[in-house]
Design a protein around this ligand. Structure first.
Ligand SMILES: Cc1ncc(C[n+]2csc(CCOP(=O)(O)OP(=O)(O)O)c2C)c(N)n1
Ligand SMILES: CC(=O)[C@@H](O)[C@H](O)COP(=O)(O)O
Ligand SMILES: [Mg+2]
Length: 647
């Protein structure tokens, strides 16, 4: 390779137009490049906000991986993808890095359609080893030597999927390399026996240097000799710590390696790349938030950040106008738990995101962070319910998708009273389609035995949490959106609602809007706009997607010309249940017009949530448009409806 000629005063990063430029640099210059890359990432995130600590922690690893491997020919897969900002900067997306997470801008995670350097899209965790293994096996079948590298965190490796993949990894031979990026943090501090096991490995071994590594690594030996030597080496290692779990699973363990030390990282990666046998797992130790200029870089609060002042570190946060749904949920559960010692709460690695960090402060013995293990979380909750406890499985809508069989088979079929507190229901904005809570109404309300509620505001949420606590004979779910509530007065205490009963919020005579969940405000705004056009409008809050308030549906159908359902969910959800009921009852056979407003049948790109709802036609203007269209109006051009500042 020819060394790139660079003027001393030119920032090195400015000379890197492609990974080939990077690979032409002498190794001695990579330290400088990494430092500049870190500075660039800090500058970019200060302007956009976004995932922060994870990316800062893998700057050296990112440089080293692109330097050593022939990306994008070799497949580099970042688990979750929230740490891929330095990767994006180095792979032709530097000019757009300050658009990340904004409408029309770069995706928050890796995305196949965004770059050839993102061979697998992500957002949800613990998929990288399976995907890399699939690619490795495909290349083996095709007779290609192409390698697949999965970079997975110590948090993500708590999920069952990672073990399912490692259990099959042997068939990939040296086409699969797993980098375990161990920073001893998930979003919150890492939990569980696996995390403790990794800590034990670290405390019983010193960082691997190239000298140790060369002594240990048997890349030049023919396989039988290598196998013998490997056995000998493993038993020598066993005198200290035993062979690792990874070795037992068939991945040759290399490590621990200091992930910020390029002098160690580069030669070890080169040797692993050229090893004749595999698969290999390299245990790389990094610090989350490494090189962050401000205090407490490793803390959970730096996992994701709002925009901040790059000089002072001061975060740009507007003063909250109302409590978040998350906090109202948590505070309500804390109140309820004071009078009911059977209430317990479960999170799958999202204690602060779900508010269960608050619950844990009050009830440490009744709070369970099971790690990134949604499937286990649900069946664990089922077990607790079997013994008379009242588990609140508190899981984001999007992450509960992973545990659907557990919801069906372990909870619904057995009619167990697990309470699902489903945060981030509906569109979540900047995290985009992988994180949108679009499907839970559809996948839960289709299950026999389930009660499914959706909160229209934070006061309703308080009542619904109390309702869930009171439902002892079957599963229930309450869904609520990300972010601040509407600012309504909060009742002192939640009072259980009558199951399957909605409420009329505003009376009219021509149009009926039947809303489920937090679009109620938009429905009311739409009603005002329709009223101004002489269209008297009723607005009802269904509260329950299941059981449906059939009396309410009948009344609305009988007294109006048009019935429109509105929900923050996909096709097959609340609207479908209403239609189904109406069809069965013959309510669609007369002159009544019926329409269902729901999320579009496509994955919406990330943007702010208000813009995404507008795009879906689920804002007030969209509701007005739908009504007028149903009534046969042709000119739908000016549907402007006053928007709240937060939209
Ligand atoms: C299935 C799933 N559950 C939860 C999350 C939320 N989540 C995103 S990153 C993260 C922590 C990941 O920790 P780790 O893999 O150690 O990466 P680090 O941030 O420490 O680099 C979690 C829980 C997710 N993305 N996917
Ligand atoms: C990467 C990931 O899955 C989480 O970090 C997620 O972005 C958190 O979302 P909230 O900000 O809604 O908690
Ligand atoms: Mg981690």
């Amino acid at each position: 390779m020819n060394a790139l000629t660079v003027q001393p005063e030119t920032p090195l990063l400015d000379t890197i137009g492609s990974v080939e430029d990077l690979r032409r640099l002498p190794k001695a210059r990579l330290r400088q490049l990494a430092d500049e890359l870190r500075t660039e990432m800090i500058s970019a995130v200060s302007m956009t906000g976004g995932h922060f600590g994870a990316g800062l922690g893998v700057v050296e690893l990112t440089v080293a991986l692109h330097y050593v491997f022939d990306t994008p020919h070799d497949r580099l897969i970042w688990d979750v993808g929230h740490q891929a900002y330095p990767h994006k900067i180095l792979t032709g997306r530097r000019d757009r890095i300050r658009t990340i997470r904004q409408g029309g801008g770069l995706s928050p995670f890796t995305k196949r359609s965004e770059s050839a350097f993102d061979p697998f899209g992500a957002g949800h965790s613990s998929t990288s080893i399976s995907a890399a293994l699939g690619m490795a096996v495909a290349n083996k079948l095709a007779g290609s030597k192409r390698q697949s590298i999965a970079v997975i965190g110590d948090g993500a490796i708590s999920a069952g999927m990672a073990y399912e993949a490692m259990n099959n990894a042997e068939q990939a031979d040296n086409r699969l390399i797993v980098i375990l990026n161990d920073n001893d943090m998930s979003i919150a501090p890492a939990v569980g026996a696996m995390s403790a096991y990794l800590a034990r490995i670290l405390s019983s071994r010193s960082f691997l240097t190239l000298r140790d590594f060369s002594k240990k690594f048997l890349k030049i030996l023919p396989k039988p000799l290598a196998d013998r030597a490997r056995l000998a080496e493993e038993s020598a290692r066993g005198m200290v710590t035993g062979s690792t779990l990874f070795d037992e699973l068939g991945l040759y363990y290399v490590g621990p390696v200091d992930g910020h030390n390029l002098d160690h990282l580069l030669p070890i990666l080169e040797n692993v790349r050229d090893a004749p046998h595999g698969p290999i797992l390299i245990h790389v130790v990094t610090e989350k938030g490494h090189g962050h200029p401000f205090a407490d870089p490793n803390a959970e609060k730096y996992h994701a950040v709002p925009k901040f002042n790059v000089v002072t570190g001061e975060k740009q946060k507007s003063a909250p106008k109302a409590p978040t749904y998350t906090n109202v949920f948590a505070d309500t559960l804390i109140d309820l738990a004071a009078d009911d010692d059977k209430i317990v709460a479960i999170t799958a690695a999202m204690p602060s995101g779900t508010g269960l960090n608050r619950f844990e402060k009050a009830y440490p013995d009744r709070t369970f962070d099971v790690g990134i293990a949604e499937q286990h979380a649900v069946t664990f909750a089922a077990g607790l319910a079997c013994e008379g406890y009242k588990p609140f499985a508190t899981i984001y809508s999007t992450f509960l998708q992973r545990a659907y069989d557990q919801v069906v088979h372990d909870v619904a079929v057995q009619k167990l009273p697990v309470r699902f507190a489903i945060d981030r229901a509906g569109l979540v904005g900047a995290d985009g389609p992988t994180h949108a809570g679009s499907f839970d109404i559809t996948y839960l309300a289709s299950l026999p035995n389930f009660i499914v509620m959706a909160a229209a505001d934070e006061a309703e949420l308080r009542h619904m949490v109390a309702t869930a606590a009171s439902i002892d004979d079957r599963p229930s779910a309450v869904r609520y959106p990300r972010g601040e509530g509407t600012g309504v007065d909060l009742p002192e205490k939640g009072v259980p609602l009558e199951i399957g009963k909605g409420r009329i919020v505003r009376h009219g005579s021509k149009i009926a809007i039947l809303s489920l969940g937090a679009r109620l405000d938009e429905a009311l705004k739409a009603a005002d706009a329709l009223e101004a056009r002489g269209l008297s409008t009723t607005v009802a809050d269904a509260r329950f997607a299941k059981p449906l308030d059939s009396r309410l549906v009948q009344d609305l159908a009988a007294g109006h010309e048009l019935l429109l359902t509105v929900e923050e969910g996909s096709i097959g959800g609340f609207g479908a249940h209403v239609m189904d009921y109406m069809a069965d009852e013959g309510l669609l056979d007369g002159g009544l017009k019926v329409r269902a407003l729901k999320l579009p049948d496509r994955f919406q790109d990330h943007d702010n949530a208000g813009a995404m709802y507008a795009d879906a036609g689920l804002d007030a203007a969209g509701i007005v448009r739908a009504v007028l269209k149903a009534l046969g109006h042709n000119d739908l051009s000016d549907m402007t409806v006053d928007r709240p500042a937060s939209a």
